[in-house]
Design a protein around this ligand. Structure first.
Ligand code: FPP
Length: 268
């Protein structure tokens, strides 16, 4: 777990996992570039996605070694259904495989798995695998791995707004009582602190409907590395870069000494 002690290592030395106050408590990753990785090798996109699922292990290992508490991975967006049927089929197959096989290893490593996103559109087998994986790992404490599956931030916000509107209509909530805290508590991420660092691979620089509310104050880190080439060293590099950033949360520099971890812990 992240320590509350002072920085003890040189954050410019990105060849090692960084264990200090500068470690982001929560890293969220948009894993992008599987298709380009495959097409540059004249391979089918399915191979790119398979290699991408292997890179997931690297990210998890890097997060554990860096003492990150939460790692959220954007595995399948609500927009990904628009891809050709065989690609959607391949991606669902990989996720099914992951939830069936990798979960045992994650459990051994004391990793807790949670899934966010709209489950109703997923097939029954995947739905059950998610329930089983969440139940199996619910007491694990080393790393919280959050998989965003059939996730779309706008829809998540709409659902939260609707639930608050229902309470207003029922007379149990006054319109003036609606606050950022209340809306945040109505999101699927209510038990998860906001991401301190949001990483996107493959050179693209956009959020693509990922954690739009939660990333309001996240540091953004874009790398040209294609997701299948992502290693734990790339995660250490991102953590080291995060350590060099000056987070202000909208305050003036001299007033911005609040750490990401202090802020996030208050939000949990
Ligand atoms: C983006 O690459 C990646 C995805 C849409 C899927 C991400 C899925 C995985 C990494 C594998 C399964 C995940 C888990 C957690 C087991 P892209 O296809 O959009 O690449 P492109 O932009 O180069 O075409």
């Amino acid at each position: 777990m992240a320590t509350d002690g002072p920085s003890s290592v040189d954050i410019n030395d990105s060849t090692q996992a960084v264990n200090s106050l500068c470690v982001p408590r929560h890293i969220a990753i948009i894993m992008d570039g599987n298709g380009r990785w495959a097409s540059s090798r004249k391979l089918p996109r399915s191979i790119g996605h398979k290699k991408g699922s292997e890179a997931v292990r690297e990210a998890i290992a890097g997060a554990i070694k860096s003492d990150v508490e939460f790692l959220t991975l954007y595995a399948f967006s609500t927009e990904n259904w628009n891809r050709p049927e065989d690609e959607v089929h391949d991606l669902m197959g990989l996720l099914r495989f992951y939830l069936k096989r990798e979960i045992k290893q994650l459990h051994k490593e004391n990793v807790r798995l949670r899934v966010i996103g709209e489950r109703s559109a997923l097939d029954n087998e995947i739905k059950q695998l998610i329930i089983d994986a969440e139940e199996l790992t619910k007491n694990n404490t080393r790393l919280n791995l959050v998989i965003a599956l059939n996730y779309g931030s706008r829809q998540e916000i709409i659902n939260a707004v609707k639930s608050l509107a229902d309470q207003v209509a029922a007379g149990t909530l006054g319109p003036n009582e609606i606050s950022a805290d209340l809306l945040g508590a109505a999101l699927s991420t209510h038990l998860i602190p906001d991401p301190d660092l949001l990483v996107r691979t493959s050179g693209e620089q956009r959020l693509s409907n990922f954690l739009l509310w939660q990333a309001a104050y996240s540091e953004l880190y874009f790398t040209d590395v294609l997701w299948p080439d992502f290693t734990e060293q790339h995660l250490f590099d991102a953590v080291a870069e995060y350590g060099r950033r000056d987070r202000r949360f909208g305050a003036r520099p001299e007033k911005s000494k609040v750490s990401a971890q202090t802020l996030s812990k208050e939000q949990v």
